[in-house]
Design a protein around this ligand. Structure first.
Ligand SMILES: NC(=O)c1ccc[n+]([C@@H]2O[C@H](COP(=O)([O-])OP(=O)(O)OC[C@H]3O[C@@H](n4cnc5c(N)ncnc54)[C@H](OP(=O)(O)O)[C@@H]3O)[C@@H](O)[C@H]2O)c1
Length: 269
């Protein structure tokens, strides 16, 4: 049976590792045409080799999503190579731990630029192009923490909540235009994320609870592309947990303070 992703032109940021790389490989198995961006070109080229082995067509470009020009260049590459963009996945992102009042301004600016502005750059470029095409699917990889700020991860949670707000607004703005907009809300996923967060935080940062592989999340993203819907929560139970925290913020504060240390101990704990 021909996959519903066969022949689709898909742009992915942050495709050099983790969820982005796994999604590229899963889509390649389904016959998609891929345009992959990230800063580490050597890692991107390794992903591209695996995609090619799986029979996929792929282009890669060094792209820092903190630069609007570089994000636009990635979209332009997709158009010039494949003639259109069917799906744009804003996946690039990182995290670190710090108490809100102790975050260095430079760190705050960087996470804002990469996770939030970087997402918006791709959404804006894809939105303009897809409106002309009268079709397309924009996907932002947010997080479970889009719905609830967690201690030690305030800046990261802020960017993930911001991504969700942009997605919700844009989905209604483009309603009936042929362009669909979705968010993805992974839980704890086995990727380089926590290694990178530990490096940036100067201490070990760990996820909490059940862990999922990047491959499982990637397969679910493929199904989101096949059957567009507003939100994908790869760990379904977490969606309900987050709704409960929104309904009972005071009780949730107490429960989180007592039980959750999802991102490792803070400096003075
Ligand atoms: N892992 C989890 O538990 C988890 C949970 C919820 C949500 N998420 C989200 O999932 C997304 C993917 O993360 P992951 O878990 O797959 O982690 P990862 O393995 O660390 O991958 C992050 C990707 O983002 C790229 N990236 C970082 N900064 C960038 C920049 N300035 N410009 C372009 N690319 C950049 C990295 O590539 P380069 O370094 O080569 O640029 C890498 O390809 C992120 O948005 C993250 O917030 C992860």
């Amino acid at each position: 049976m021909v996959s519903q992703t066969a022949g689709k032109v898909v742009v992915i940021t942050g495709a050099s590792s983790g969820i982005g790389a796994a999604t590229a490989e899963a889509l390649a198995k389904g016959g998609a045409k891929l345009v992959l961006g990230a800063r580490r070109l050597d890692k991107l080229q390794a992903v591209a080799s695996r995609v090619t082995e799986l029979g996929g067509q792929v282009e890669v470009m060094a792209c820092d999503v903190g630069s609007r020009d570089q994000v636009q260049a990635l979209m332009t590459l997709a158009q010039s190579r494949f003639g259109r963009v069917d799906v744009a996945i804003a996946n690039a992102g990182f995290g670190f731990t710090s108490r809100v009042h102790e975050v260095a301004e430079a760190q705050m600016e960087e996470i804002w630029r990469v996770n939030l502005l970087g997402t918006w750059y791709l959404m804006a470029a894809a939105g303009s192009l897809m409106l002309q095409q009268r079709q397309g699917h924009i996907i932002a990889v947010s997080s479970v923490v889009a719905r609830r700020g967690l201690p030690g991860m305030g800046p990261y949670c802020m960017t993930k909540a911001g991504q969700l707000s942009l997605v919700e607004a844009m989905r209604v703005e483009l309603r009936a235009s042929g362009v669909y907009v979705s968010s993805v809300h992974p839980g704890y996923t086995q990727t380089e994320f926590f290694q990178q967060a530990s490096r940036r935080s100067g201490r070990t940062v760990r996820g909490g609870g059940k862990i999922q592989s990047a491959e499982v999340v990637a397969r679910k993203i493929c199904s989101l592309i096949q059957h567009p819907r507003p939100e994908l929560w790869p760990m379904k139970m977490l969606r309900w947990a987050m709704l409960l925290t929104a309904m009972m913020p005071g009780i949730s504060d107490a429960a989180i303070a007592k039980t959750m240390r999802p991102y490792g101990r803070l400096p003075r704990d």
